[in-house]
Structure formats: structure tokens, C-alpha cells
Design a protein around this ligand. Structure first.
Ligand SMILES: NC(=O)c1ccc[n+]([C@@H]2O[C@H](COP(=O)([O-])OP(=O)(O)OC[C@H]3O[C@@H](n4cnc5c(N)ncnc54)[C@H](O)[C@@H]3O)[C@@H](O)[C@H]2O)c1
Length: 401
């Protein structure tokens, strides 16, 4: 059984607590840290925590805590992780791991030096749809992965600190791009080095210093390309979609707005109300709605905590680690650099534990000893056509079979 200290009583702290307690969960949030005693007490009452405090170190060090869950604003992650290292408490942290790769690397090195369990709470790499997809990709159902795009766009975050570049560390690239980058990395292969990034970013709508909209390409050493599209200015809810393209197949995932559950309400019931809460960042509660059946599960929180707790108890690594969080931060640093210079920018990885010197596979597929195969297609007039390239002359020809 895990006895968890939750650091932060806000939006994600509450989602995490709902997930940990689950339907008949055996793990328990036993302690809560919040900035104010009042918020800590309220959270403790809501989730039955025996201990609450506005002193972070006291909560981490509490004897009835064996794992700490960091659910604080980005600028507090490093401080929290360092205290866990000091008190030798297992720690799992929300995304992004750091505000930049330097912070993330310090956190990674601190937990490794302290010899404590750590895990990166990247929930979107644990959604049921993602888990099923990654299994298919690993089995080779899509062949060689060529492109993995992930998009997260919504009308903007719910708390003031996100909009302050100093506390948040960035805008939508850091806040949402971290999910997208890790999703693409999983599909392309986590052992493949992300090499360079080209990014467009702008502040199109909000009166803030950070970017509120960005699109980027991430080149991987094996020739695959990752792509992310992120926005804090998208209207219409939370758009969470992934697309994967391989030599033998394709996956399209829509995690949130089109889940197969559609509903209409005029809102004119006797109380004059529409629906109450529809889904995270839904902008409307009347008209056509796209509710999410079980957000905690569909957003991956349940599978994520199961993996974290099992790994901690079995002395294993979870699927998402602090090392992964650090790689993601490094890709984001390159994206920010590229948005400034308008050039491809190298991903700087002082620590790299994946494969080295991977080459892009050849695109010349043998048809027979004389020809390469370009394509085979059945046409509407009943022909089964082959398009071939002569190995010696390079001439392209077609033939019916
Ligand atoms: N899907 C996800 O994984 C997901 C979703 C939302 C947020 N997050 C991450 O969770 C973290 C917290 O975000 P949130 O949405 O819960 O924010 P929030 O503002 O709803 O809650 C933050 C909590 O931290 C406390 N806090 C705020 N400023 C503080 C400070 N200076 N010192 C100490 N405590 C402070 C607040 O009182 C609150 O309890 C962020 O790192 C964010 O990126 C992850």
C-alpha cells in the first residue's frame, strides 16, 4: 500500500487524489501540503487525509508517508524533489518535470544520487487508447514509424501562475508541448535520439509574455519526424488528438472531444440549467456536448498510478521516468531557441542513455533482383498495377500482374 503525501491542493492534486482513491483503491493520500492551512484542511476533509500542513518539508518528512506526489506549480517542482531526496522519500512528479532541461537534469541527478524511486506523471502516455496503440506499434502493426503528431489545444489554463512566464517557465509549448513530445517519442521509440527542432511560436491573442500558440517539428536520428501543435487560444473545449503514420499502417486517436459520446440539451429544464460539469475545459454546457465517460480513467491517471505504485513496490522503473521528463525538457528548450532564431536548433542532451549512431533505413525495397518496388495498386478498371524502378538504369515503369 502506498501512503502518499500530495503537494498541492489545486486542479491536478484533486484529479490525482480521485484517481489514487479510485473506486475501492487500497492506496491512500495520507497527508496534504498546500500554501494555506485553510486549503490544506479543506483537501484533508475532502479526501480523508490524517495530516495537513502549510509546511512542505513537514509533510514530506511525515512518518506516515512513503511516497510524495508533486502537484505544484512548475517553479516549485525542483524544491519539492530536492526535499524528497533529502528525506529519502520516493517521489512522483507532474509534468513538465522542470521549467527547462537544466532544472530537470538536477532533479534526475538528485533522485539517482539519493537512491529513491521516482516517476514522471505523464498521464497522456497512459490513456487506454494510447496503451492499446503503443502495444500495436511495438508489435510492428504499423511497420516503421515515419511521423507521430500530437495536438493539445484548449482555451487556456485555469490558474494565474500559468500565465506568469517566470513561475510557469513558458507558455503553451512547455505546458502542453511536454505531453505531445512524450507521446511522439513513445511512438517513434524512446531509445531514438531527438536531434533537432524547428518551431513557430507566437502570442496571437492573450496579453502575456509567453507564447499562446505554437507548432513544431522534431527530427529523430532514425529519420522519423515528431510534430506538436499546441494552443491556449483554441475555442471549443480540449482538443487532444494523436496521429501516427508508419510504413504499414496508421493510427488516429481522439482522446477527448469525440469519444463516441455525444449529447444535446437545450438547457431549458425546469431549473433553467443545462448540464453542470461536462468535461475539462468544455466551453459550453448546452447545445451539442461531448462529455467524457470517466475523465480520471480516460485521461490515463488510473493506469499511470498503477504503473507507478507497481514499479515502486517491485523495485522496477515505471514506463515514464524522470529521465524521460528531462529529455522532454531538452526538446522544449530547443523549440524555444528555434522559435527565436527561426532555424533548426539542436537538442542539447548532456546525458543520453539511448541508442547511438542510428541511421535512417533505406527506402529501396526489392521487388526482385532487377527492380525496386515503388507501389502496387488495384485500379477501378480491374488492373493490378505494379510501379517499379529498374535497379541499373533507374527508369520507372509500370506493369500489370
Ligand atoms: N494532465 C496533467 O498532467 C496536468 C494537468 C494540469 C496541471 N498539471 C501540472 O500540475 C501542476 C499544478 O497545476 P494545477 O493545475 O494543479 O495548478 P493549480 O493552480 O490548480 O494548483 C496548484 C496548487 O499549488 C499551490 N500553489 C500555488 N502557488 C504556489 C506556490 N508559489 N508555492 C506553493 N504552492 C503553491 C496552490 O495553492 C494549489 O494548491 C503544474 O506543474 C501543472 O503543469 C498537470
Amino acid at each position: 500500500m502506498q501512503k502518499i503525501a500530495m503537494l498541492g491542493s489545486g486542479f491536478i492534486g484533486r484529479f490525482y487524489a480521485e484517481s489514487v482513491h479510485g473506486q475501492r483503491g487500497r492506496d491512500k493520500v495520507t497527508a496534504i501540503y498546500a500554501r494555506s492551512e485553510e486549503n490544506a484542511k479543506k483537501f484533508a476533509d475532502d479526501y480523508g487525509c490524517a495530516f495537513w500542513s502549510s509546511n512542505m518539508e513537514e509533510v514530506i518528512a511525515h512518518p506516515d508517508v512513503n511516497m510524495v506526489c508533486v502537484a505544484l506549480p512548475n517553479h516549485k517542482h525542483e524544491e519539492a524533489v530536492m526535499l524528497c531526496a533529502k528525506h529519502k522519500k520516493a517521489v512522483v512528479s507532474t509534468k513538465p518535470l522542470g521549467r527547462n532541461a537544466a532544472e530537470a537534469l538536477r532533479m534526475l541527478q538528485a533522485v539517482e544520487k539519493a537512491g529513491i524511486f521516482s516517476g514522471y506523471l505523464e498521464d497522456l502516455c497512459y490513456t487506454p487508447k494510447f496503451l492499446k496503440s503503443i502495444e500495436s506499434v511495438k508489435r510492428g502493426a504499423l511497420g516503421r514509424i515515419l511521423w507521430a503528431k500530437s495536438r493539445e489545444a484548449h482555451p487556456g489554463p485555469h490558474s494565474e501562475w500559468f500565465w506568469d512566464i517566470e513561475q510557469a517557465g513558458g507558455g503553451c509549448i512547455l505546458d502542453l508541448g511536454c505531453h505531445c513530445i512524450e507521446i511522439s517519442r513513445n511512438f517513434i521509440g524512446k531509445d531514438i535520439r531527438p536531434v533537432e527542432v524547428m518551431c513557430w511560436a507566437d502570442t496571437q491573442v492573450k496579453p502575456i509574455d509567453a507564447e499562446d500558440h505554437a507548432i513544431a517539428l522534431v527530427k529523430y536520428e532514425n529519420g522519423a519526424i515528431g510534430q506538436f501543435e499546441v494552443s491556449w487560444t483554441f475555442r471549443g473545449g480540449m482538443d487532444l488528438r494523436d496521429e501516427v503514420m508508419g510504413t504499414e499502417g496508421t493510427i488516429w486517436i481522439n482522446n477527448f472531444l469525440r469519444t463516441g459520446f455525444e449529447m444535446f440539451t437545450t438547457g431549458r429544464n425546469p431549473d433553467g440549467q443545462g448540464e453542470d460539469y461536462v468535461a475539462e475545459k468544455a466551453e459550453s454546457n448546452t447545445g451539442w456536448l461531448f462529455p467524457v465517460g470517466d475523465e480520471v480513467n480516460d485521461l490515463g491517471y488510473n493506469h499511470m498510478f498503477t504503473d507507478m505504485f507497481n514499479a515502486a513496490e517491485n523495485g522496477a522503473e515505471p514506463a515514464e521516468t524522470f529521465y524521460d521528463g528531462y529529455i522532454v525538457n531538452a526538446v522544449i528548450d530547443a523549440a524555444y531557441q528555434s522559435a527565436k532564431t527561426k532555424q533548426w536548433e539542436k537538442v542539447n542532451l548532456p546525458v543520453w542513455r539511448g541508442r547511438e549512431g542510428v541511421e535512417k533505413p533505406s527506402n529501396y525495397v526489392d521487388y526482385d533482383e532487377n527492380y525496386y518496388l515503388i507501389k502496387q495498386e488495384m485500379t477501378h478498371d480491374g488492373r493490378n498495377k505494379l510501379i517499379l524502378k529498374d535497379k541499373t538504369t533507374g527508369k520507372i515503369s509500370e506493369r500489370d500482374v
